[in-house]
Write a protein that binds this ligand. Structure first.
Ligand code: HAM
Length: 444
């Protein structure tokens, strides 16, 4: 390329977002809160690879699902011909790891994970091609108690994040036998009204008729509302399980609506399914979804093991948090080092390291293409950083081996000998800590 020719700009992949520093505090707040809630229910973290064998997802999620039919980022590893896929969700990988490492051997496990997922969907508000989930999977538990516990964990999280207006929709989709009985009647019903089915529904009619109930097509709403309800096909055991979940939720004042049309878009579910939904995000209002998937572990080669879990979409929850009110701009550091001249710069480096040794967050002013900047412009940066103190060193300070320590809140300045600067600031910050802890990063 010739030296004068401007290089063409390369932009990010469509539907895949950068999380910019301005949003980072919100993400951190979310991640810290969800982690502490999960810990308070005894969940342990698991990290699985972003890439798995393609067959894992087609077997776990189901061949006739949106994800497997049209949304997976699948490719052949040109080095060895392996068929691989960027994970579209987290459950399959966790279950694979549990089987591979025999994790359920010692007893049931409560596991959680977070990370990016990939689906080649049509990007729109709240729907991305790379998005982040936090998920929880309880492996080896068969009763309704754990289903209810997972739901209550979510409610606690919404409360801790200050989010209201998220409602719970609940359903039971029974077991395979019950679904087969319902399926036969459902197909017969839709065949009687075949002229009212859209192309998508006609295609699904024999492969996955349950998913037709999930249609958003307004002209089909009456039809699906009057369709045979799977709930009416549940036998004693499934009903007892569903009633068990509802009983615990009722006793704990968890509000929910039973939505007989809630079927979920992945094939591994049985019995309890649920979604947490908000009206504040437009069309993509489901912030968390999950359910029981007792058949899955056996289906992908493990010993029969009951399980239940959920996953939440972090982008959607971050957007809800933003709508609920922006937290104030957090400080970038405790101390900003301002200096002029080479000897002062060297002294600043030494002092900055000592301050960090004492547990403080320190930004040392560094030069840009425009130069090191005047005292005045450096002080502006110090003010903008949200630091509690600026430590100012110029030629005079080097000569007298002192620094000017300025409290940026109170706009007071004191002259402090170099070897007392750390103690001076630590004393003042610890003293301040009781009054204004949100601004202080100090971590001894
Ligand atoms: P899912 O319903 O496919 O379930 O996704 C769970 C959540 O991830 C959704 O409710 C939504 O908040 C978020 N999400 C899904 N797709 C996108 C997207 N394209 N852009 C942004 N957010 C999205 C599962 O993934 C199951 N693995 C949940 C589960 C765990 N079931 C049992 N255990």
């Amino acid at each position: 390329m010739s030296e004068n020719k401007k290089a063409e700009k390369i932009v990010g992949v469509k539907g895949m977002n950068d999380i910019l520093p301005a949003d980072a505090p919100m993400w951190e707040l979310f991640e810290n809160t969800v982690q502490s809630v999960l810990q308070s229910y005894g969940f342990q973290k698991i990290v699985t690879p972003i890439v798995e064998d393609t067959s894992l997802f087609s077997r776990a999620i189901g061949a006739v699902t949106d994800i497997v039919e049209k949304e997976m980022y699948s490719f052949e590893d040109s080095m060895n011909g392996d068929q691989l896929t960027l994970r579209p969700e987290g459950t399959a990988g966790v279950v694979r790891a549990v089987i591979e490492h025999n994790l359920a051997y010692e007893g049931p496990k409560r596991l959680w994970y977070k990370g990016p997922m990939f689906r080649h969907e049509r990007p729109q508000r709240g729907r991305y091609r790379q998005f982040f989930q936090v998920g929880a999977e309880c492996i080896g538990f068969s009763g309704p108690d754990v289903d209810a516990e997972l739901i209550m964990l979510c409610r606690r999280l919404w409360d801790d994040l200050g989010l209201s207006n998220i409602r719970l929709e609940l359903n039971s989709i029974g077991n395979a036998e019950e679904r087969n009985a319902h399926r036969a009647d459902l197909i017969a019903y839709f065949e009687q009204h075949i002229d009212q089915l859209d192309a998508e529904a006609q295609r699904r009619l024999h492969a996955n008729p349950l998913r037709i109930l999930d249609t958003k097509n307004p002209t089909m709403q009456d039809l699906v509302n009057n369709a045979p309800r799977l709930l009416d096909y549940l036998k004693d055991e499934s009903l007892a399980h569903f009633n068990g979940v509802k009983k615990i939720l009722d006793a704990n004042n968890v509000q929910y609506t039973v939505n007989p049309r809630l079927v979920r878009g992945l094939d591994y579910y049985n019995r309890t399914v649920f979604e947490w939904v908000t009206d504040e995000l437009g069309a993509q209002g489901t912030v968390c979804a999950g359910g029981r998937y007792d058949p899955l572990i056996e289906q992908i080669g493990g010993k029969p093991t009951p399980a239940v879990g959920f996953a939440m979409g972090i982008e959607r929850l971050i957007e809800l948090m933003k709508l609920a009110g922006e937290p104030h701009e957090p400080a970038q550091c405790d101390v900003y080092m301002v200096h002029q001249g080479e000897a002062a710069q060297l002294q600043s480096f030494i002092l900055a390291e000592r301050l960090r040794d004492a547990g403080l967050d320190v930004i040392l002013h560094c030069a840009t293409a425009a130069g090191a900047g005047s005292f005045k412009s450096q002080m502006k940066k110090a003010d903008g950083s949200g630091a509690s103190f600026a430590v100012i060193i110029g030629e005079d300070e080097v000569a007298s081996q002192t620094a000017a320590v300025k409290s940026l809140g109170e706009q007071q300045q004191e002259t402090v000998p170099f070897d007392q600067v750390v103690d001076y600031i630590v004393d003042h910050i610890v003293g301040d800590h009781d009054h204004d802890h949100e601004h202080v990063h100090y971590h001894p």
